[in-house]
Design a protein around this ligand. Structure first.
Ligand code: ZN
Ligand code: ZN
Ligand code: ZN
Ligand code: ZN
Length: 399
């Protein structure tokens, strides 16, 4: 075991670790120094390192089995991976093309969400980023190809990231911090969700029982074949059966999604400011870049997520090839302001999701997410942000 990883584990304190702090507060408020959360990174709130290093601290995300499932519900503002999303705005969900892969048309799978409110932005008192992806590697290849040839407008994507934010006073949650004593409740029910994936809005209703809901014909067909064919009759014959036969919201079978985890956050310690040398020759640069990538990762090999919302911080690229130039990063589709790096996901996530390392399996070097620097507030609940996928060259298998 890497000794650094042990140190990190010892320091790991998350906003979800509520058993020993009885003054859990919403992360927008000044945090006790022992509570390192994403909010600290998001707001630039920093308790002790101000004069240590000019470079902003990168926060690392690690996956843990949820201590109990109730911790990951939306009114507790979780950061989580796999399972189903805990929608921040539970009513105005992304729908239509936004919920589907731009290549194969299948509904996207939930990857992860990060609760990252912004201090001094009242509109982003609550703020969560949601990432979705098509599980097909063929689609991710096409996505990567398309990101180079992208025209301004609405490119086809197999990776989508949405930003949702709410002011402190809103229709869905109490303006007071959750008490974490099992009495917390959202203020209202959310939109009805698909009974198959539990992820997207269930706008389509089964024509026979008029009870079961789906996001897509594809999920209706899958549900029908996997048992609704029989259950449907039961539901029609007994009005009470629907509650026992149809899964409750949030209780969707695990086979339709990736394994569920909570995300724990740590500071990356001992930052090194080297970075990739932009002037090296290409193959040499690739080796250096890879070595640097490996070195940074080796400090905490289990990291699945790197987070830093600071305009001066650059993503950690695995390869020098396949990085975007400034011109490749679009401006915010809503306010036209600049986008900046906010987080990236690492290939270790695939291991936790149980994705096998086979030729056609989903794989990436890193996927970097750029979000609106001003975190603009427009009349759309889920604003799409920009993801850049860096894949390993097809001829080279993962080292
Ligand atoms: Zn696809
Ligand atoms: Zn569905
Ligand atoms: Zn039915
Ligand atoms: Zn914007």
């Amino acid at each position: 075991m890497d000794p650094n990883a042990d140190v990190l584990r010892g320091l790991r304190i998350t906003s979800l670790d509520d058993e020993d702090d009885d003054e859990t507060e919403l992360p927008n408020q000044p945090l006790p120094t022992t509570t390192a959360t994403l909010a600290a990174a998001a707001s630039g709130y920093d308790d002790e390192d101000e004069d240590e290093d000019e470079e902003a601290e990168v926060m690392l995300g690690f996956l843990e089995k949820p201590k109990h499932p109730g911790l990951l519900l939306r009114h507790l503002f979780p950061s989580k991976a796999g399972g189903i999303p805990a929608w921040l705005d539970p009513v105005n969900l992304p729908s239509g093309n936004s919920s589907c892969c731009g290549f194969c048309g299948e509904p996207l799978h939930f990857v992860l969400q990060i609760y990252a409110p912004i201090e001094n932005n009242a509109a982003a008192f609550h703020r969560t980023l949601f990432m979705f992806m098509c599980p097909s590697m063929a689609c991710l290849h096409r996505d990567q190809h398309e990101q180079w040839t992208r025209n301004q407008g609405n490119p086809r994507r197999s990776v989508r990231v949405f930003r949702c934010q709410l002011p402190r006073a809103n229709a869905y949650y109490s303006s007071e911090p959750p008490s974490h004593n099992n009495s917390d409740k959202p203020l209202c029910a959310g939109a009805a969700l698909c009974h198959w994936c539990g992820t997207w809005k269930g706008d389509k209703i089964c024509g026979s029982c008029k009870k079961s809901r789906y996001c897509s014909e594809k999920h209706q067909a899958l549900h029908w074949r996997s048992g609704h064919k029989n259950d449907c009759l039961q539901i029609i014959n007994s009005s009470e059966a629907s509650s026992s036969v149809l899964p409750a919201v949030g209780k969707v079978p695990a086979r339709t999604s990736w394994l569920e985890y909570q995300i724990a956050i740590d500071d990356e310690v001992d930052l090194d400011s080297d970075g990739c040398d932009e002037n090296s020759s290409k193959s040499f640069a690739d080796n250096r870049c890879w070595a640097y990538f490996q070195e940074r990762i080796s400090r905490a090999p289990e990291q699945v997520l790197r987070y830093c919302r600071d305009p001066n911080v650059k993503p950690l690229w695995a390869l020098s090839a396949g990085r975007p130039s400034n011109a490749d990063i679009p401006s915010c589709s809503y306010c036209k302001g600049p986008l900046c790096y906010e987080f990236q996901i690492m290939p270790q996530l695939l291991y936790y999701f149980g994705v096998r390392n086979e030729p056609d399996s989903l794989d990436w070097a890193t996927i970097v997410v750029y979000t609106c620097q001003g975190s603009c507030d427009q009349n759309i609940s889920y604003k799409e942000e920009f993801a850049w996928a860096q894949l390993y060259p097809t001829s080279i298998s993962r080292p």
